[in-house]
Ligand binder design. Structure first.
Ligand code: KG4
Ligand code: ZN
Length: 435
């Protein structure tokens, strides 16, 4: 259990409120460097609470009870605000949200066009662009929110997983402004943020099943609480977004004017709308296995082989596009979708056998950049209709990387007082993690 230092205690006082503070006896156990808060009500001890990271929740509860009692006499309580910063890949994002999930303001600078020109993300280029834009993006988010840094309760930033050079920019910037403004810092797991975004827009209680599909991940997860997750399936090689992006690059979709500024997944979805999904056959990944593991590298290689064959057949050279492009995109998208649906169905069967989710309230949350895809959404919707699940997806804008989801994840942690760092030395010591 983490020991409580004076800095943390001072922050807890702020959280408890002055009136509550006066009602609390604080004893310092010199020996263990721990503090004990004994809540008093009507001059009687109700229950002793040992203040530690693990028991902050109790303290917050006490504070809420006592403050709501104060509403009648002292007017409404100030709203809580978290500033979120995202730089895990190629988007520099920042936002301020309140405890109800209202977005006060946001700013996003996407590097997509530049990386499309390079034929993929070059990490040092991404870092340079994050570094050049971070201050403007954060200031813009604050300005649009109409609040100053002083009015923010905590600063949250993505610290993992992602490209190390990109992560470092947002993490260091977030830590620095938190330290300068004497605010708590909340390190955020990027995938956790994707998974919890839906709770900002929908009333959804734990537990639920989550399918996270992005440019770097493919995960089937059981969400038990904001910081307890069980992974029940993940990719052994590529992520679906990666398979779509690399496929789109090889198909030279950037040379099609209407697709020139789209991500690979977006461009494939766009062209697939007028294609035949059964025109070309792709292998079924992992069909021999009974688990929920994903694999997209085989599909990607089959696509690359098909393109080479069709280029020879149609004598296509240089930057030109193969004539059956729409059918190829539709068939590839269908194969990726089928794999996602099959493995998700296996996860549902697994949950059913093990009784991991309440039968009367089965929910599947779909999130991550690939969740923008309407074809994939409607295929999963059909699966949910037959399995009795309710499908929940954040709006497409919130599925791709953004600062809002980081601010919201920070707010969820702030409200639960879990994973919030108050101590200056502890904040300084927080480091990024690529995985
Ligand atoms: O979550 P995200 O913004 O970044 C990562 O955390 O990776 O996801 C980006 C991925 C890219 O691979 C992109 O091609 C894919 O999401 N994507 C799509 C669509 N829009 C973005 N994939 C399929 N259909 C889309 N409409
Ligand atoms: Zn992402």
């Amino acid at each position: 259990m983490a020991a409580l230092t004076w800095t943390k205690l001072r922050s807890a006082h702020r959280y408890l409120g002055h009136s509550n503070l006066l009602k609390a006896y604080i004893r310092h156990s010199q020996k263990h460097e721990n503090f004990c808060i004994l809540s008093i009500h009507n001059d009687r001890f109700i229950r002793p609470v040992t203040l530690s990271y693990a028991s902050r929740r109790d303290i917050r509860y006490d504070a809420r009870v006592s403050e709501s009692r104060n509403y009648a006499t002292s007017g409404s309580r100030r709203r809580q605000l978290v500033l979120g910063i995202e730089t895990s890949c190629d988007d520099t994002g920042a936002s301020v949200v309140d405890e109800k999930g209202t977005v006060l303001g946001e700013a996003l600078n996407t590097q997509q066009k530049i990386h499309l020109m390079h034929g993929g993300i070059i990490p040092p280029v991404a870092r340079r662009l994050h570094a050049a834009n971070i201050e403007t993006v954060v200031n813009m988010a604050l300005e649009r929110s109409g609040v100053s840094l002083e009015e923010i309760d905590a600063v949250a930033a993505t610290v993992k997983p992602g490209l190390p050079l990109s992560l470092a920019v947002g993490t260091e910037y977030g830590k620095q402004i938190a330290l300068n403004a004497k605010k708590p810092f909340i390190p955020i797991h990027h995938m956790e943020a994707h998974a919890l975004t839906v709770r900002m827009v929908e009333q959804i209680e734990f537990p639920f099943l989550v399918l996270l599909v992005s440019g770097g991940h493919s995960l089937l997860v059981l969400a038990h609480s904001i910081d307890r997750w069980s992974i029940i399936g993940q990719t052994v090689d590529d992520a679906p977004g990666e398979a779509l992006d690399k496929g789109a690059r090889r198909l030279k979709l950037r040379n099609i004017p209407e697709c020139s500024s789209m991500s690979g997944g977006q461009a494939i979805e766009h062209l697939a709308k007028e294609g035949n999904p059964r025109a070309y056959d792709f292998p079924t990944p992992m069909w021999k296995y009974r688990d929920c593991t994903f694999s997209f590298a085989g599909l990607k290689h089959s696509l690359l082989k098909l393109i080479t064959k069709l280029e020879e057949e149609y004598e296509v050279e240089g930057g030109n596009i193969i004539p059956p492009i729409r059918d190829v995109c539709a068939s590839y998208q269908y194969a990726i979708t089928k794999h996602l649906v099959r493995q998700t169905q296996k996860a549902m069967v697994y949950n059913d056998i093990r009784g991991l989710l309440p039968k009367e309230n089965l929910k599947l949350v779909l999130s991550g950049g690939v969740a923008c895809n309407h074809y994939i959404r409607s295929a999963l919707q059909k699966l949910c209709e037959v399995t009795g699940y309710q499908l929940l997806c954040p709006p497409p804008k919130l599925c791709t990387d953004n600062g809002i989801m980081i601010a919201w994840n920070g707010m969820e942690r702030w409200k639960a007082q879990t994973g919030v760092f108050y101590d200056e030395e502890a904040i300084k010591a927080i480091d990024i993690q690529a995985k």
